[in-house]
Design a binder for this molecule. Structure first.
Ligand code: PHB
Length: 391
């Protein structure tokens, strides 16, 4: 199998001249099923990039080849990534909403001579599994650490954590515990929830029984996050005064209309709010809203994809359109720019994005529209999780 893959890659390289002026980027994400809206946001971010920058870098034309992995499914992701590299001849792999899907495809990069630009998946260890990975999203260590400090500052001394039982959830649990206990708080219970669970009512009883004054949660944005916030409200935790703390995955903008007034005041920390007040974000949002069609559907994966396209365009520039994964990745180490989310840079050592993390509160504007109001900035956050990743 390995030999066959190598032979096919060599063939693709030999025949490279045939499509030297079209550079293909393979984008893997959830484009159907319960998480389809997240994939739609990848596409909106990419289309917004094309609308604002054109589809050419120098004389090379960029073409996106999309592949659908509806739920976390590493075997399917790896098979599709291989098909993209060998049969489609893509020079870049990008997208990856779920961590297991990104992890599985990293095994192909070296031999395929293909860089991977992770536009969402948020487990710290992804970046260490291949030197050819660059990430333009966030990690849950990065987004969780500040909210743990906020919880302690707001008088919570005993907390309970509830996370999805897979990479980014376990990272979030570790991050919350490390930061909260460093500040002098105590995590009294840690609950890991199966990735497939959408019924959280029984867990809310455990939260009540734990005696915690605040809960922290992470789940992947989509149907589970909507269901979790509803369960928090419907099971009387809010009225009991159990405070809610989470990463911004729990209050993505596209979920807010369905949550309604019940979401008002929820505090989260995250790298991007659609309402972020900057000229760069206004330009981006206008283009991305047009691309997605229905503005209320716009959410954070769009910005990871938009910035991912910027990074890939710089890689294409640096390699003159030739397939050279190592050179491409070297070229973006230390790259800094103003993203719609604020100032960012690619850390030259980790290849992960350094960015501001904002504390936000769900609010309602004068037109009755719900949004994540940024109220505080934690500047230039790297990934604290990298210290925890076994090399
Ligand atoms: C992930 O699987 O890494 C992931 C998915 C959805 C999120 C965050 C992280 O909202």
């Amino acid at each position: 199998m390995k030999k066959l893959f190598a032979a096919a890659v060599a063939l693709v390289a030999l025949s490279g001249a045939a499509y030297a002026d079209t550079i293909k980027i393979g984008v893997i994400g959830p484009f159907s099923g319960p998480f389809a809206l997240q994939g739609k946001n990848f596409k909106a971010g990419i289309d917004a990039w094309f609308a604002l920058n054109g589809n050419k870098v120098g004389s090379d034309e960029i073409q996106i080849v999309y592949r659908d992995v509806p739920q976390a499914d590493p075997a399917r992701s790896k098979a599709l990534a291989q098909e993209l590299v060998v049969r489609e001849g893509v020079q870049y792999l990008a997208g990856f909403y779920f961590t297991p899907d990104a992890m599985a495809a990293t095994a192909l990069l070296q031999q395929g001579n293909v860089p991977m630009v992770v536009m969402n998946a948020a487990t710290s260890a992804i970046i260490t599994s291949s030197p050819l990975v660059v990430r333009t999203s966030f990690t849950t260590w990065q987004t969780t650490t500040p909210i743990a400090k906020v919880a302690k500052e707001q008088g919570v001394t005993k907390a309970i954590t509830l996370v999805s039982d897979y990479g980014p959830g376990i990272d979030a649990e570790n991050a919350f515990k490390a930061a909260f206990e460093k500040e002098g708080g105590k995590v009294v219970e840690t609950i890991r929830m199966p990735l497939s669970t959408n019924d959280f009512a029984p867990l809310m009883q455990r939260v009540k029984d734990s005696g915690a004054e605040g809960l922290f949660t992470f789940l992947p944005s989509g149907p589970p996050t909507l269901a979790f916030v509803k369960a928090y409200n419907d099971n009387g935790l809010k009225t009991r005064g159990v405070k809610f703390y989470a990463t911004g995955d729990l209050t993505q903008e596209s979920d807010l209309p369905a949550l309604g007034d019940a979401a008002l005041g929820l505090q989260t920390t995250y790298h991007y709010a659609v309402s972020h007040d900057s000229p760069e974000n206004k330009t981006f949002v206008a283009a991305a809203e047009k691309a997605i069609g229905n503005p209320t559907e716009l959410s954070f994966p769009a910005v990871g994809a938009f910035d991912g396209m910027y990074v890939i365009s710089k890689m294409i520039e640096a390699t003159g359109g030739k397939q050279d994964a190592k050179k491409a990745v070297e070229a973006v180490k230390g790259l800094s720019w103003t993203s719609p989310r604020g100032p960012v840079s690619i850390d030259p050592d980790s290849r992960h994005i350094t960015e501001n993390i904002y504390l936000r509160e769900v609010s309602k504007d004068a037109n009755g529209k719900y949004y994540n109001k940024e109220v505080r900035t934690f500047e230039k956050q790297g990934d604290p999780g990298l210290g925890f990743v076994k090399k």
